[in-house]
Design a protein around this ligand. Structure first.
Ligand code: NIG
Ligand code: FE
Length: 416
């Protein structure tokens, strides 16, 4: 298929964008892209490609923006139930960590998820994945973390693997058994940490190749936070995971700064996420590392907070910045990357071009897939979106409506 007559074809060519390089869109005016068997075979000017491939089935983009599909590198998409009542409690003055300490928050979603049937859990999750896809996300990372028991955490991974097979959205997998201390281990976080290190991770290492032979090992993530896992426990979990060969991620500096960023950089984590309260020294460390800084602007927005990730400082330090939605039932029930971009422009000070690069090629780097997705380049997967706008800056500028007109996943067109 030849997609042509794009007002602006944003290629994002040239790999992940570090520091003030961020925002290099690689725009081809009146651009075109040829996709065959799901893979991009040619990229260029419309007149040239139409002349070179006269017999190719074509799709007229009608002078609209064509760009890579969004990559959402941080979601908690698989859960059951909702926390609407807690949203109201928060508005009446309770904090997120107070609700968690009282057995609500993540633990209330754990109860709902454990007691849901697999079918109901998959139905609820599938709907959210379709909404993400319709809003332009062609690949998303998805974390477990609402099971907190070996068998349930593995069931969540099994569910995610099934949803990935169904498509059309593709998933990258993360084991987040360390999302909260399981209720069975209340006030015994060290013992739950032992369970993760001594049972869950070794078991996962054996389980994975038998259930997902076509996928590399999943990421292992930890919620390093007051009321969840302290720095010492986070270090044990991530070190054990690293020794077993898992790639690493961390939730750091969302509500408190426990030193998670320095740990992530020391262990060579693929990404460190949230980073609202990260210190200047830690930002320097990040800037000198290959650990991707993943900002989640829907989270402070969802909580009605004022502080966002200091993106400009991270860029000044030379960091690789990505953005994600953090889709989850507690802090940010939003799987729309267009909205994350709109927030990043306003509260993190990014330009639309910077936010777009953070949501595509750099987001792909945050899940170790920048070699396959995140840009429109020959040899990459044919994952792209057609927006109902002529100029890319409408992304970020406009919000609250879906600007995606059509999604192309592995070369197949889905009108929205
Ligand atoms: O990224 N921080 C931990 N996890 C989510 C919240 C999950 C929940 O509240 O259910 C987050 O904000
Ligand atoms: Fe999260």
């Amino acid at each position: 298929m030849l997609i042509h007559s794009a007002s602006q074809l944003l290629t994002l060519a040239g790999g992940p964008q570090r520091g003030d390089e961020l925002g290099r869109l690689g725009i081809i005016p009146n651009g075109a892209v040829l996709i065959r068997n799901g893979i991009i075979e040619a990229v260029g000017k419309s007149d040239e490609l139409r002349a070179a491939y006269p017999d190719e089935p074509d799709f007229d983009a009608l002078d609209r923006v064509v760009m890579p599909g969004f990559v959402d590198p941080h979601t908690h998409v698989i859960w059951a139930g909702d926390r609407a009542a807690e949203f109201e409690m928060k508005l009446e003055g309770k904090t997120y960590l107070e609700i968690l300490a009282a057995g609500g928050g993540i633990l209330s979603t754990v109860r709902a998820t454990r007691s849901a049937s697999l079918n109901s859990l998959l139905d609820q999750t599938r709907l959210r994945l379709w909404t993400m896809f319709e809003h332009g996300t062609t690949t998303a990372e998805a974390k477990t973390g609402y099971g907190l028991k070996t068998a349930v955490e593995l069931r969540l991974l099994q569910g995610l693997l099934a949803l990935d097979r169904e498509g059309p959205i593709e998933l990258a997998f993360t084991f987040l058994g360390a999302h909260a201390v399981a209720p069975e281990y209340k006030d015994r976080p060290d013992e739950y940490t032992d369970l993760i290190c001594e049972t869950m991770l070794p078991m996962l290492k054996e389980w994975w190749p038998n259930h997902a032979p076509q996928h590399p090992l999943p990421f292992v993530d930890v919620f390093c936070e007051n009321g969840a896992f302290n720095l010492e426990q986070s270090r044990r979990i991530l070190t054990t995971a690293k020794q077993l060969g898992f790639p690493l991620k961390i939730h750091a500096d969302e509500f408190g700064n426990l030193g998670g960023v320095a740990l992530a950089v020391e262990l060579g984590a693929v990404s460190a996420d949230h980073l609202v309260l990260t210190s200047d020294e830690e930002i320097q460390l990040l800037g000198q590392s290959d650990t991707v800084a993943v900002a989640l602007p829907c989270t402070p927005f969802g909580l009605g907070e004022r502080d966002y990730t200091p993106a400009k400082k991270i860029l000044k330090a030379g960091g690789i910045l990505a953005i994600a939605t953090d889709l989850n039932p507690g802090t940010a029930w939003c799987g729309n990357m267009q909205f994350a971009i709109a927030l990043a422009c306003r509260y993190m000070g990014l330009t639309p071009a910077q936010a777009i690069a953070a949501a595509t090629i750099n987001a792909a780097a945050a899940i170790q897939r920048a070699d396959r997705i995140g840009s429109i380049e020959v040899g990459k997967q044919g994952d792209l979106i057609i927006l109902d706008v002529e100029d890319y800056r409408h992304l970020g500028y406009r919000f609250g409506v879906n600007l995606v007109k059509a999604v192309v996943k592995k070369g197949r067109l889905y009108p929205v």
